[in-house]
Each structure stands twice: as structure tokens, then as C-alpha cells.
Design a protein around this ligand. Structure first.
Ligand code: PEP
Ligand code: MG
Length: 585
């Protein structure tokens, strides 16, 4: 009987594949397939690492001072025995030969198998030996680090899906190369950054599946139904066939949507709607262009800063990345957000986040986004100078995340001026930029009369606006039920932001451009509501653009406006559901 589990659907589509279980702590090792025919060479690489570790342990043992406690020598004996154990040697080689996993991946896969068998033991002494196996594997991984694997083979076998307790956003980025066909995690919410990156990969994903990584075993066949948040483990052949048909159908409808790529995004009553892309890395511009994006509405630059230990990108490297985006977009507007580090997006070297746990009590309310940047003005200006230099290569809008205080506004403007002065003093060319603010906390909505006087544009980060308005951690599956973008309070704040921006006579004496760049903008079920509230600019993952465009093409804003007002007026769920049904009809 197939096992079924439910989680939170975060990225659409169906994946059918064999489970690869990876413990969160080991996600940072390389995952790739070795080229066919190179399996034995990779096994030899593993063998060499084992010899190196054996020599290392022997040296350590030989150099023990005479008065060292005898347990230390015994401890090294245990590690040497484990190194020679077939569970580590032969079985790990098995993963390389059968699956063509690189040695590091094979080791962590095998460690997972061993760890589970230890967890099942009754004897507490033996159970504790798990730590020894982990230490030996750790040494092996270090020994492999210096040696180059035979990279990049294309996998010819079964499709694979990744199952983990949690995946940090920084680790998720490493899977952009496409080894896996789908993702499952035990924890996380719909707008957690891990979910956002999974969605940007356009691969079926389910988060918050609670027990998944405990109940699914290495190599189990798993169906991930990303539309319904359903996982089926060990499905019968009939169910697999059924899902394969569904997969083909969703592929076909995707192909059909591509026909809309060059169709202007105009509503039935002639309103032109701006459909922009959210990206994480410069390379994502290609996907944005293929989807027909009118520009970049949000480049989350913090992803440039991840996976680099303490070696943060310098001014030149950042400048190159920003210039690449502007040049790739060929004159279309590009909005680049200054780093939004913190909360569920730590730098991987940050001591804030260890083994899936934050060490700060309330990271979402702590030092994140603009607060982080202003806490280190020299680092902030490196980014601002890189941005100002890149602005010479195309229309650039700089976006500031999570600003709420007048003081932060003033400090940000000062830092921007200072960065410009530094470039001028060095004789380096800078281009013109527009400056915008993200509306992500309810306090910022109430500060709009001030912000609209200083900023050129507004971008609503609904992911955080929902989180902070309703006091619900967006990354916590245990309160995911309460995370509601349609909550009347959220809709009121959103509507107010749109109408105040349109009514404003910003410092340039004209209405202030307003866009939504949170996940709400990419949800086709919300397009009509947002259009009805007056929104004319949407920024989303490239994969969503054509679905949203389809809704735009069928919409009549003049008809939707009063219907959206009716939704706003409803504070009770039943009334709101009725008003939403009228809007959808
Ligand atoms: C948001 O909060 O809606 C947003 C777009 O920013 P992020 O998801 O990166 O926090
Ligand atoms: Mg945000």
C-alpha cells in the first residue's frame, strides 16, 4: 500500500523519481554525476581519500604525548576500524558504481543509511557510535576536498527527487544546475526563501511535509504532486502511469502558454500591464527574457553574497554582476535590491544559522535587510558604488528592503550621496538611478506620506507584509494555515499603498510608480483582484509570467475595480468568499 503524505505545495507540476535523502548538515557538498565509464576512477578517488585519512590517523596516534589518556589512542583505533568497514568502503563505492554519484555525494548518501540503522538500535552505547561514523565521514570529505572529481556527467538513469529535513536558501541555489527533478522538505512555509528559490527553479516542490525525511527511505520511488502538496511513496504502477500522463499534460499546457510570449500584456479595456521578473542571479535573465519579461522588478542580490564563506564579493565583482544584468536586459528597466541578509536568509558563513536552527531568538525581527546594510556603512557603500557604476549601462532602479524609519531613510540617502561622491573623487563614471523603497512592514504603509516625498518608486513585498501584519513566521509550517495573503488587514494595507502612490505627487510632481514583487504578484488566482485594486505593475518568477499574462488578457479593469472594492469591504470569511467569487466570475 502506497504511503501518502501532505505538505504545503510551493511549486507546481509533477515529479516522479527516486528519493535522495540528504541530511541538512551535508547539503554543502558537491552533488554531480561522474561521466559514464569514469566510475572506477571516482572509486579510486574515494580509495585515495581513505588512504590519506588512514595515514592522518596513524600520524595523530603516533604523535600522542606519552601522558595522553589511553582512550585517545583507542578512539583513533575505532576510527581506523570504521574506515575499513565495508559499510563505508564497499557500500559507498556501490553508490558511485550504481548511480554514478560523485564520491562526496556517495559518502553522504551512505552516511544517511548508516545513521538510520544506528538510530534504530536499542543499545545506547552503540547508538552513540553514530558520532564516530560522522567524524570519519567528515575527515573523508575534507580529504576529498583538494582532489578534483570527474565532473558534469549527465545522469542517464532514473529521475531523482531530493528529500531533506530542511534546505537553506543558500544550499538550494546549488541545485540550480538541475540534478534533481523535485524537492521535499519537512519544514518551511509557502513564502520561505527556500520555497521561493524552488519556485524559481520551476521544479515541483512540497515543503512543510513534517515527517517526510523520516518516513521516506533512500531510493524509495516518490511522486511529488506540486499542485496539491501531495507525496506518494512507493506508488503502484497504475498510479505512476496516471501521474506520468498528468506530467505530460502539464508540459503541453506550458508549451501552449509560450504562444503568449510576444503578445502585449493589455487588458480588455486597453490598460497596459507591466509584467516583470524576479531573479536571484544574473544568469536568470535568460529565463526572464524567454518568458517575455518587460524588465527585472526584483534582483535579490543577497544570493550573490551566499556560499562564499567570508569572501564577500568586492565592488568590481558586484559591478560586473549588475552590469551583466543591465546588458542582458538590453535597455529594459532593471530593479536591483540592496542586500536583504538575515531572517531565513543568512549568509552561509553567518554564525546565525547552524544545522537548520537560528541562533538568534527572533531573526525575522532582528538585524536584516536595510538594518544589516546600515550597520556596516562601508560594506553598504561597496554595493552602492557598484550599483552607481553599473547604472551607466542601462536604466537602473535601486530598491531598499524593509525600511520603516525616517532615520533609515535619511541614512540611506546619505550613504548613496557619499558613494556617489567617492566615485566622483576617484574619477569613476556613475549613471543616474531611481531610488525605491519596499513596503514590507505595516508601519511603512503608515509612513507613506513621508516616503512618497523622497522615493521614485514603491515596491510592495507582500511576503513580508503578510508576515509582519499578521505576526506569522513565513518559514514556519506550524502556522502556515494562518499565513493568509487575503486577510482583510493585508488587503487594506495593499490597497492603501497602491492608491496613495497613484495619488501622490512625488518629488518629481507626478504619481509614484508602484509595483508588487511578493509572491502574490505571481499567483494567477490573485491577478484580477490586484488589477481591481489598481495595480498595473507585477513582478514575479519568470515561470509565472505567462500564466499571469493569460489572466491579464481576459481582464477588464473598469469592471474589476468595484468588485475589488467589494472584496475589501468584507471582514468575514463567508462574505469575502462571496465577493471573491463575484470577482472571479
Ligand atoms: C517580499 O517580502 O515580498 C519580497 C519580495 O522580499 P523577500 O521575499 O526576498 O523577503
Ligand atoms: Mg521581503
Amino acid at each position: 500500500m502506497a504511503l501518502q503524505m501532505f505538505g504545503i505545495p510551493v511549486s507546481r507540476g509533477v515529479a516522479v523519481g527516486r528519493a535522495v535523502l540528504i541530511s541538512s548538515a551535508r547539503l554543502d557538498v558537491a552533488h554531480y554525476f561522474v561521466d559514464p565509464g569514469q566510475e572506477e576512477a571516482e572509486v579510486n578517488r574515494l580509495r585515495a581519500a581513505r588512504s590519506a585519512v588512514r595515514a592522518e590517523l596513524q600520524t595523530l596516534q603516533a604523535e600522542l604525548p606519552p601522558d595522553a589518556p589511553p582512550e585517545l589512542a583507542a578512539f583513533m583505533d575505532v576510527h581506523m576500524m570504521l574506515l575499513d568497514d565495508p559499510q563505508i568502503g564497499r557500500e559507498t563505492a556501490g553508490w558511485i558504481r550504481r548511480r554514478r554519484y560523485n564520491a562526496e555525494w556517495a559518502l553522504t548518501a551512505q552516511l544517511d543509511v548508516i545513521a538510520r540503522s544506528f538510530d534504530d538500535m536499542d543499545d545506547s552505547y552503540l547508538r552513540e557510535r553514530k558520532a564516530d561514523v560522522e567524524q570519519v565521514v567528515e575527515r573523508l570529505l575534507r580529504a576529498l576536498q583538494g582532489t578534483q572529481g570527474l565532473t558534469g556527467g549527465v545522469h542517464g538513469g532514473d529521475d531523482l527527487v531530493l528529500v531533506a529535513h530542511d534546505i537553506a536558501p543558500a544550499d538550494m541555489m546549488q541545485f540550480k544546475q538541475g540534478v534533481f527533478r523535485g524537492f521535499v522538505t519537512d519544514i518551511g512555509g509557502k513564502t520561505s526563501h527556500t520555497a521561493i528559490v524552488a519556485r524559481s527553479l520551476d521544479i515541483p516542490a512540497v515543503v512543510g511535509a513534517r515527517e517526510a525525511s523520516r518516513l521516506i527511505r533512500q531510493d524509495d520511488w516518490v511522486i511529488i504532486d506540486g499542485d496539491n502538496g501531495l507525496l506518494i511513496v512507493d506508488p503502484s504502477p497504475a498510479i505512476v502511469d496516471d501521474y506520468r500522463v498528468r506530467k505530460q499534460e502539464s508540459e503541453l499546457s506550458r508549451q501552449r502558454l509560450l504562444r503568449l510570449r510576444n503578445t502585449p500584456a493589455r487588458t480588455l479595456d486597453g490598460q497596459t500591464i507591466e509584467l516583470l521578473a524576479n531573479i536571484e542571479l544574473p544568469d536568470d535573465c535568460d529565463t526572464a527574457l524567454v518568458a517575455g519579461a518587460g524588465g527585472i522588478g526584483l534582483f535579490r542580490t543577497e544570493f550573490l553574497f551566499m556560499n562564499r564563506s567570508r569572501d564577500l564579493p568586492g565592488e568590481d565583482e558586484q559591478f560586473e554582476a549588475y552590469r551583466r544584468v543591465l546588458q542582458s536586459m538590453g535597455g529594459k528597466p532593471v530593479t536591483i535590491r540592496t542586500i536583504d541578509i538575515g531572517a531565513d536568509k543568512p549568509l552561509d558563513a553567518d554564525l546565525d544559522y547552524r544545522d537548520g536552527e537560528f541562533t538568534h531568538l527572533n531573526p525575522a525581527l532582528g538585524l536584516r535587510a536595510i538594518r544589516y546594510s546600515l550597520s556596516d556603512p562601508a560594506m553598504f557603500r561597496v554595493q552602492l558604488r557598484a550599483l552607481l557604476r553599473a547604472a551607466a549601462f542601462g536604466p537602473l532602479r535601486i530598491l531598499v528592503p524593509m525600511l520603516a524609519h525616517a532615520r533609515e531613510l535619511r541614512q540611506t540617502l546619505e550613504q548613496l550621496e557619499l558613494a556617489r561622491a567617492e566615485l566622483r573623487a576617484a574619477g569613476v563614471e556613475a549613471g543616474p538611478v531611481e531610488l525605491g523603497v519596499m513596503i514590507e512592514v505595516p508601519g511603512a504603509v503608515l509612513m507613506l506620506p513621508l516616503f512618497l516625498r523622497y522615493f521614485d518608486f514603491i515596491s510592495v513585498g507582500t511576503n513580508d507584509l503578510v508576515q509582519y501584519t499578521l505576526a506569522i513566521d513565513r518559514a514556519d509550517e506550524s502556522v502556515a494555515e494562518l499565513y493568509d495573503p487575503l486577510h482583510p488587514a493585508v488587503l487594506q494595507l495593499l490597497a492603501q499603498t497602491i492608491s496613495l502612490s497613484h495619488a501622490a505627487h512625488g518629488w518629481k510632481g507626478r504619481p509614484v510608480h508602484v509595483s508588487v514583487c511578493g509572491e502574490m504578484a505571481g499567483d494567477p488566482q490573485l491577478t484580477r483582484l490586484l488589477l481591481g485594486l489598481g495595480l498595473r505593475s507585477f513582478s514575479m518568477h519568470p515561470a509565472q509570467i505567462l500564466r499571469v499574462k493569460q489572466e491579464v488578457l481576459r481582464a477588464d479593469c473598469s469592471r474589476l475595480a468595484p468588485l475589488a472594492q467589494a472584496v475589501l469591504a468584507e471582514l468575514e470569511p463567508e462574505g469575502q468568499a462571496r465577493a471573491l467569487a463575484a470577482l472571479a466570475g
